[in-house]
Design a protein around this ligand. Structure first.
Ligand code: GLY
Length: 307
């Protein structure tokens, strides 16, 4: 039997300007997601199960831009993207433009484990959800009261934007067998054109995992996808950087290519170390330390330690 390792996990609730939000509510949201993933890891569950469970909690939370509470597109509809990635075998399942399920991350997991394919989009992805026996819902059931009010305000030039939700969500985990996994889920950007897909479901950009580590990105997809942000961070772990330095170096690199790229990422390396960095004002995170405790923060600092 292999050695039993100390599990680790980190989740994010999205890089952005979280001004105007009740920080306690936001941090409780990421804490509860981390706790759901940590409970699985403490019981000996897999990194894949942990990142899916953590992400589902954030998809259910109306404050975050994923699942219920997703941003609406320019037509007033929700179109969601998600990826789940397994580091042990460098494989992933992804979906984009999904409209009829509450948990896009679970559909991505279905793609990974129950199909011979990697990526489903649009109507075909929703049809796959039916075939996999997932509950099918009306698109309007994904619209929270807060996002509806915000959408109306955004389309009324005389009103000020409200403080409703911001940010793609994601999780990375390292389980007791040393396997790593990552998950990312999003409703995309405010008022995006119908059919627009960001970085989140793209392997290497919005989510990535291989034997060197696992990463989940957040922010403006058009910037992140051009520089493979998640793969860049995991590759840095692969050449010996610790996770915190690797996360910062990937984000710093992106910032040097694109001024103010509005991006962030979380990362777990193959040795179970955790890192996170962002260019935005804030990025709520929660992480599991080696002593089994969950910690939270609204933003990362350059000298932040995740031990
Ligand atoms: N990062 C999410 C998006 O751009 O859609």
């Amino acid at each position: 039997m292999g050695e039993t390792l100390i599990p680790r996990l980190i989740v994010h609730g999205g890089a952005g300007d979280w001004t105007g939000f009740d920080e306690d509510t936001v941090l409780r949201g990421v804490h509860d997601a981390a706790e759901a993933g940590a409970a699985i890891l403490r019981a000996g569950g897999s990194a894949l199960d942990a990142v899916e469970a953590a992400t589902r909690i954030l998809e259910d939370h109306p404050l975050f831009d994923a699942g219920y509470g997703s941003y609406m597109n320019e037509w007033g509809e929700v179109e969601m993207d998600a990826i789940i990635a397994d580091g042990e075998h460098t494989r992933f399942g992804a979906v984009a433009g999904v409209r009829r399920v509450r948990h896009a991350i679970t559909l991505a997991r279905g793609v990974l484990e129950r199909t011979d394919h990697c990526f489903f989009v649009g109507e075909g992805a929703d049809h796959l959800a039916t075939k996999l026996g997932m509950p099918i819902i009306a698109n309007v059931e994904l619209v929270s009261d807060g996002e509806l009010a915000d959408f109306r305000q955004r389309h009324n030039p005389d009103s000020k934007p409200s403080a409703h939700g911001t940010g793609t969500v994601g999780a990375c985990a390292y389980d007791a067998t040393g396997r790593v996994a990552a998950a990312t889920s999003t409703g995309g950007t405010h008022d995006k054109p119908k059919g627009r897909v960001g970085d989140s479901p793209l392997f290497g950009s919005g989510g990535y995992a291989d034997p060197a580590g696992a990463a989940s990105a957040t922010g403006v997809g058009e910037n992140i996808m051009r520089y493979f942000l998640c793969k860049r961070a995991v590759d840095a772990c692969g050449v010996g950087l610790d996770a915190a330095t690797a996360a910062r170096s990937a984000v710093t690199y992106l910032n040097a290519q694109i001024p103010d790229p509005e991006a962030g990422l979380i990362l777990i390396s193959a040795d179970g170390r955790v890192g996170a960095a962002h260019t935005t004002q804030a990025m709520p995170i929660a992480w599991l330390t080696a002593d089994g405790q969950i910690h939270t923060a609204m933003r990362c600092t350059a000298d932040m330690q995740f031990e």
